[in-house]
Design a protein around this ligand. Structure first.
Ligand code: MBD
Ligand code: FE
Length: 289
């Protein structure tokens, strides 16, 4: 990743897109998990998506000029490396919904394009890696990890990652230390953890790339509300991927990625020194047989 993000200079859509695309490619092949899917399923899904496109073209009498603009735009999304961004912003939320609706534990939300595994371990009580002069409001998050049957999940893993006070993610924007504002925590014998970090800023998806071009052409906005990404996991339990939000953010009701749920909005308490504390705990569902 560091090869595609320059150490200095401003964040660009093409650089963060290239990093996100490369990050996705370094995962184990996404095709492995679908190698036994029958062709009937592929036929069904591909056919229905194409039928939806035909219906739109017919209903709105799409012109050749519009078709050619679409072709040019689709090509540029790939050239900018923005397919991970496009798919996570405009499609992942519904995939997340249908795959978690059976859960009795916490609500989750989308992963988005900027997760990196193996962030530095901080134990049960620690501070995420940050710069000596990291700006923003200090935030202390206290919680526990338990199972839907009420049992304590000692040793559960809680990984967090989020943007800095400029809305930038380490490893996807230039000039930020590699693991800045990314950390892994391990619940103690009571399932408890304490995370010290900085409150993130609202995040604007890159406006200078192909996704930004679509947003501008359609007259949309590019904002996500401020959010902390988290993955909570324990052996024998379903991985919970979520995002936590802050009350009063103007984009909580109007998230470009449609990833806010009321259960995911924190109730921060401001302390005398201006820092904030939040309590948020996880209840994980058992893995299905
Ligand atoms: C993000 O930070 C994010 O969380 C999502 C879902 C899409 C783009 C940027
Ligand atoms: Fe994010």
């Amino acid at each position: 990743m560091s090869t595609t993000v320059s150490e200095t200079g401003t964040a660009t859509a093409a650089a963060s897109g290239a990093s996100a695309t490369e990050r996705f490619h370094t995962d184990k092949s996404p095709y492995d998990a679908v190698k036994d899917v029958p062709c009937e399923r592929v036929d069904l899904l591909a056919r229905e998506v194409l039928d939806a496109l035909y219906a739109t073209v017919r209903k709105h009498k799409v012109t050749y000029a519009e078709f050619n603009a679409l072709k040019a735009w689709v090509i540029s999304v790939g050239e900018d490396g923005e397919w991970p961004l496009f798919l996570d912003v405009w499609l992942e939320h519904v995939v997340e919904d249908v795959n978690t609706e059976h859960r009795e534990g916490n609500k989750g939300s989308i992963e988005g394009p900027y997760y990196v595994p193996n962030a530095p371990e901080q134990g049960a009580d620690g501070t995420v890696p940050m710069r000596a002069d990291e700006s923003g409001t200090p935030l202390l998050w206290t919680g526990t990890v338990t199972a839907t049957d009420g049992s304590v999940l000692a040793g559960a893993k809680v990984e967090i990652w989020h943007a800095d006070s400029d809305g930038l993610y380490s490893q996807f924007a230039p000039g930020i230390p590699e693991w800045n504002l990314r950390g892994s925590f391990t619940a103690d014998e009571n399932g408890g953890f304490q995370i010290h970090t900085m409150q993130p800023a609202p995040y604007q998806i890159p406006t200078d790339g192909s996704c930004g071009k679509l947003i501008a052409a359609a007259g949309w906005h590019a904002w996500r509300p401020a959010h902390i990404h988290v993955k909570a996991s324990a052996p024998g339990h379903e991985l919970l991927t979520a995002q936590l939000y802050f009350p009063g953010d103007e984009h909580n009701d109007d998230d470009i990625a449609s990833a806010v749920k009321p259960e995911l909005i924190l109730a921060p308490q401001t302390q005398a020194d201006g820092s904030v504390t939040v309590a948020y705990s996880f209840v994980l569902d058992p893995e299905r047989g």
